[in-house]
Structure formats: structure tokens, C-alpha cells
Design a protein around this ligand. Structure first.
Ligand code: BGC
Length: 438
């Protein structure tokens, strides 16, 4: 199997980077792929704060500005996608995608508690319509890590009010254009905090994260400033699950009839040695949210690498392994393990809503895509209900506290002119998308 994969990968990677291959060979390679179910979603994802620019009323904008901060640089104008979304969608369509995943920014829609911006809602409605105009199904994220600054200063999901406030926000958004949404997640990776807190470096930066939150609280005239990324999940998880459920109900009660779920940050937990704790790791990181997804319509799987787990917990990345710009192990098959676990525990259809690799070497992205899609194929062959593959990310963008250095994009963005340049990996993934075959 590995040999076959390698042959196919080499041939197609060669096509994308412009090596000369006979058309017959390329046709044979593409033919060897098999058709996917009709309606399978192919696309790429972005998130408001990471691409729009100037998201000044958000908690994260403030985190970037205060001292001390964990952020290596501020997001600034990001990719200016707030204004250039049409260009981004043109690119997505030309690549061959049939969907585009993006997020609405709560901080723009409700910049002050109870004050809703019709202009911001109109903006996102225009984005939804712009997707349809190009034949792209709009896949919407209601909340992708960021919250309005006032919400964080109020205590965020640590306080009970948060449940109704989030549901009200979901209701407003859905009322504005729910009739045109194709698929939606309430939250993006509400469990990411488990991953962040388990990396060895977190212990070194935990105090800095607390100092950053205190500085944000002071700057907001509050005694608190919560964040689902930098706060102990024991303080907010119960409320956030309740908010997901209330958001789900609010969305379902509104116009439109589209699947609503939640996306999760998942590594493929692989046990090493007798008495390993992989199953425990899976339960801790995923089960509460997979159960919540099980009461929704689908689960979004977002996987970048595997996690080796020994008898006393997580193990370091093997010294011989290739590492990505994030320091993760380059391990494309990880998505398969994550899909299987998510499907089994939630009992719901799976969409891969993020999968990708941070690298300056686009040939490695091509190899990553081939490796990951081979696993998606295996999952489908085993009868798992996988309904889409959405790559992270359409654009090189603001990678949170890492700033602009990690390159996850299928498309690069000039930091000064915002000029977009399509990378060979985009065309490579586009071939799968256009033929709907893996
Ligand atoms: C997040 C994205 C992020 C990506 C790459 C996911 O955790 O949803 O916002 O940029 O991973 O790190």
C-alpha cells in the first residue's frame, strides 16, 4: 500500500510543480482514483480574525496589544479579507472547490453588549451571497476562538449569562441569512485548550498567559478577562457545552434547514508500550464534546498530527521525525484515526473541517494532502460517513500567537500589497476536488 501511494504521490506532485509527465501517465493516475459520494464537500477554510484584519473589538485584538503578551506580533490588517473576500472566493472557485468555510466575527456583529451592527450583518450576508454566486456552499463558523472584548471582560464562558448571550448572537446571525447557509458549526475547537495545556512549553508560558489576561482585564476596567484558549477548561466547559446546545437550538429555530454541529481539535492518539494512556487521553480531550456533537447533526474533525502516548502520558515527537513549522510531527495519516474516533463516539456524520500543514515547502504540503486524502479514502471504504474535506487554510494568515511566520496556506499573501499567489498545492488539491475522486 505504501509503495502504491508513493508512486501516485510522486506522479501528481510532479504535475503540480511543472515536471514533464506524459498526459497518458497523468490520466492513468487520476483514473486510479475512485469516485466519492455525490455532494461531498471540497474546500478550504479561513477564520475571521485570522484573515479579515482590524478586528478591534475582539478579545484577541486586545491580547495582541497589551503588555505582557503571548502574541509574537499583532494581527493588524491580516489579509484584508474583510474587503477582499470576493477575490478569495474567486480563487477558491478556480481551484475547483465547491464550498468555502469562513467565520462571522461576534465582535463586529455585537461590538457592545446588546448593540447589534446591521452593517456587519449585511457584510456577512454579502459574503454568503458571494459564495452562492460562485457555486460555493457557505460553511459558517459562528465562533472561531474570538469573542467580543466586552464578553471576555464580563467573564466569558466562565459566567452563566454567556449561554443566553451566545444563543442570542446565533439567533441574530441566523435570522439575517440562515436561509442561505449550507452547513454550520457553533464553535470552532472549543476543546483546543486541552491540547494547549498538555504541551511541555505551556508550563513555561502559563504565567505569561495569566499576566496577559490580567493586563487585558485592567485595560478593560474589569477584574477579569476570560478566554477559552488561555483558561482552565474546568472553569468554562460546562457553560460552553450549554452554550453550544442553546446556540444549536437557536439556529435550528431560525430560517433555513442546514446541518449544525461543532468542530473539534483532534490529534490521532496512538498508544506506545504496555499500559499506555491513549484511551484516557481520548476520553479527556474529546468525549464531552463528542457527546455534544452526538446531540447535534455532525462533528467537524480538525487534525494536524498524531500524539504518541506512553504509560505516563504524552511522549515527545520522535527525534527522527520531520517536523512542521509548528513543531508538530509531519504525519498526514493522523486524520484517519481522528475521523474513526469521532465517528465512533459521536455516531454522527463527519466533515473534515480543517487539515493541513505549516510549511514553507509547498511540495511537502502536496505530500501531506495525498497522505491525508488516502486516509479519508480508507475511512470511506470502511463505511464511515465522511462528507467533506476542507483544508486549512485557503490563505497564509495570522496564526494566533505565532503571528505570520507559519505558512498553512494554499495561497500566499504579500504582507504589504495583499497580493494573492496560488501555490501548486492548491492546484493539486483542486484536481481531487474537480473530479470528486480519491
Ligand atoms: C484552528 C485554526 C488554526 C489552525 C492551525 C486550528 O487549531 O482552528 O484557527 O490556525 O488550527 O494551527
Amino acid at each position: 500500500m505504501a509503495t502504491i501511494d508513493l508512486t501516485r504521490r510522486t506522479m501528481l506532485a510532479g504535475t503540480a510543480v511543472g515536471l514533464t509527465l506524459s498526459p497518458g501517465l497523468v490520466r492513468a493516475a487520476t483514473k486510479a482514483r475512485r469516485a466519492l459520494p455525490k455532494g461531498f464537500l471540497w474546500g478550504a477554510a479561513t477564520a475571521g480574525h485570522q484573515v479579515e484584519g482590524d478586528n478591534i473589538n475582539s478579545d484577541t485584538w486586545l491580547f495582541e496589544q497589551v503588555k505582557p503578551t503571548l502574541f509574537s506580533e499583532p494581527s493588524g490588517s491580516a489579509c484584508d479579507s474583510y474587503h477582499r473576500y470576493g477575490e478569495d472566493m474567486d480563487i477558491a472557485r478556480n481551484i475547483g472547490f465547491n464550498c468555502y468555510r469562513f467565520g462571522v466575527e461576534w465582535a463586529r456583529i455585537e461590538p457592545a453588549r446588546g448593540e447589534f451592527s446591521n452593517a456587519a450583518l449585511d457584510h456577512y450576508e454579502r459574503m454568503i451571497d458571494a459564495c452562492h454566486k460562485r457555486g460555493l456552499a457557505p460553511v459558517l463558523t459562528y465562533s472561531h476562538f474570538t469573542t467580543p472584548r466586552w464578553f471576555a471582560a464580563m467573564g466569558g464562558f466562565e459566567v452563566g449569562d454567556s449561554v443566553d448571550l451566545f444563543a442570542r448572537f446565533c439567533e441574530r446571525v441566523t435570522n439575517a441569512f440562515g436561509d442561505r447557509i449550507a452547513l454550520a458549526a457553533t464553535f470552532n475547537e472549543p476543546n483546543v485548550v486541552y491540547h494547549i495545556r498538555s504541551i511541555p512549553e505551556f508550563k513555561m508560558v502559563a504565567a505569561l498567559a495569566e499576566a496577559m489576561k490580567s493586563a487585558a482585564a485592567r485595560a478593560s476596567g474589569s477584574d477579569r478577562f476570560s478566554s477559552t484558549v488561555f483558561t482552565d477548561p474546568a472553569l468554562f466547559e460546562t457553560n460552553m457545552i450549554a452554550a453550544h446546545k442553546a446556540g444549536y437550538q437557536a439556529i435550528k429555530a431560525g430560517p433555513g434547514d442546514f446541518p449544525v454541529g461543532v468542530t473539534l481539535a483532534m490529534t490521532d492518539e496512538q498508544g506506545v508500550g504496555a499500559g499506555h494512556l491513549a484511551a484516557q487521553m481520548e476520553r479527556e480531550r474529546y468525549d464531552a464534546w463528542l457527546k455534544a456533537a452526538g446531540e447535534s447533526d455532525f462533528v467537524g474533525v480538525q487534525t494536524y498530527t498524531r500524539n504518541l502516548v506512553g504509560p505516563s502520558g504524552n511522549l515527545p515527537v520522535p527525534a527522527a521525525s520531520e517536523k512542521t513549522q509548528m513543531g508538530y510531527e509531519f504525519y498526514p495519516p493522523a486524520v484517519g484515526g481522528a475521523i474513526r474516533y469521532a465517528a465512533r463516539v459521536s455516531g454522527k456524520p463527519v466533515y473534515v473541517t480543517e487539515n493541513g500543514v505549516a510549511t514553507e515547502d509547498d511540495n511537502r504540503r502536496i505530500a501531506y494532502i495525498d497522505g491525508a486524502l488516502a486516509e479519508v479514502r480508507k475511512c470511506l471504504d470502511d463505511g464511515i460517513d465522511v462528507r467533506g474535506y476542507i483544508h486549512w487554510s485557503l490563505l497564509d494568515n495570522f496564526e494566533w500567537n505565532f503571528g505570520y511566520r507559519p505558512k498553512f496556506g494554499l495561497v500566499s499573501v504579500d504582507r504589504t500589497t495583499f497580493k494573492r499567489t496560488v501555490k501548486p498545492s492548491a492546484l493539486h488539491l483542486g484536481k481531487y476536488a474537480k473530479t470528486n475522486r480519491i
